[in-house]
Design a protein. Structure first.
Ligand SMILES: Nc1ncnc2c1ncn2[C@@H]1O[C@H](COP(=O)(O)OP(=O)(O)OP(=O)(O)O)[C@@H](O)[C@H]1O
Ligand SMILES: [Mg+2]
Length: 222
């Protein structure tokens, strides 16, 4: 599903070069649930941005679902991203003036699906993540855990090949974090491929496989 080979990424800042990813090799099979754990500044978000086609490496090869992504144009990359990847972020990234249902409709309408049909899908997804009855609520009228459930439903809207979650429980209390991890585990049990980034070992342990990142280098946990 995902295959990164010899990926390097540096940032240049005021004459200094920061090697954010150092010769990273990483494979994810369909149906896997992998966590990437590492301290602040270790390169987690940089890796997530490359996996999610939000940034490009300086060198190396990235194959996603049999497509060699470095050969794709920007337009093509955006299309691949919309079709194949669902994102979940620490701060939910919901649109605050839109209701729960409308937030989930956004990627569907963007894809060309009608308002009526996308609304139906959004209702179903909200029910799936345990938010039946909250469809018309604005993000500010929902708890943190409920907002993250809306974000999970939105990530699922386009039926992605893979879900990328960057610190999805980072803004939540420990009980709510467990709820959200249960939700992700259930999705994985139903076949959803998930890559989760965290600095919290208790969160990382919920995945079936853990890899460590440190100073831009990736190590497989045994
Ligand atoms: N746009 C950028 N310009 C310059 N340096 C950057 C940029 N983005 C990241 N870096 C540097 O690259 C390294 C890796 O950053 P990254 O954001 O991937 O870390 P992280 O593991 O996600 O950290 P955190 O847990 O704090 O989110 C850090 O040293 C960071 O300062
Ligand atoms: Mg980060």
């Amino acid at each position: 599903m995902i295959e990164l080979t010899n990926i390097n990424k540096s940032f240049h800042l005021g004459g200094e070069t920061i090697k954010a990813l150092d010769n990273v090799n990483f494979k994810v099979k369909k149906g896997e649930f992998v966590s990437i754990i590492g301290p602040s500044g270790s390169g987690k978000s940089t890796l997530m941005n490359i996996l999610g086609l939000l940034d490009v490496p300086d060198s190396g090869k990235y194959i996603l679902d049999n497509v060699e992504v470095q050969t794709a144009s920007d337009n093509n990359l955006a299309e691949i991203r919309n079709k194949k990847i669902g994102f979940i972020f620490q701060n939910f990234n919901l649109l605050n003036k839109m209701t729960a249902v409308e937030n989930i409709q956004v990627p569907l309408v963007y894809k060309g699906i009608s308002n009526e049909e996308s609304k139906k899908t959004a209702y179903k997804l909200l029910e799936k993540v345990g938010l039946k009855g909250r469809e018309g609520h604005l993000p500010t009228q929902l708890s943190g855990g409920q907002q993250q459930r809306v974000a999970i439903a939105r990530a699922l809207a386009c039926d992605p090949e893979i879900i990328l979650a960057d610190e999805p429980t980072g803004a939540l209390d420990s009980k709510t974090s467990i709820d959200i991890m249960n939700e992700l585990e259930q999705l994985n049990n139903n076949g959803q491929t998930i890559v989760l980034i965290t600095h919290d070992i208790n969160v990382a342990k919920r995945a079936k496989r853990i890899v460590k990142i440190s100073d831009g280098k990736l190590y497989e946990e045994v």
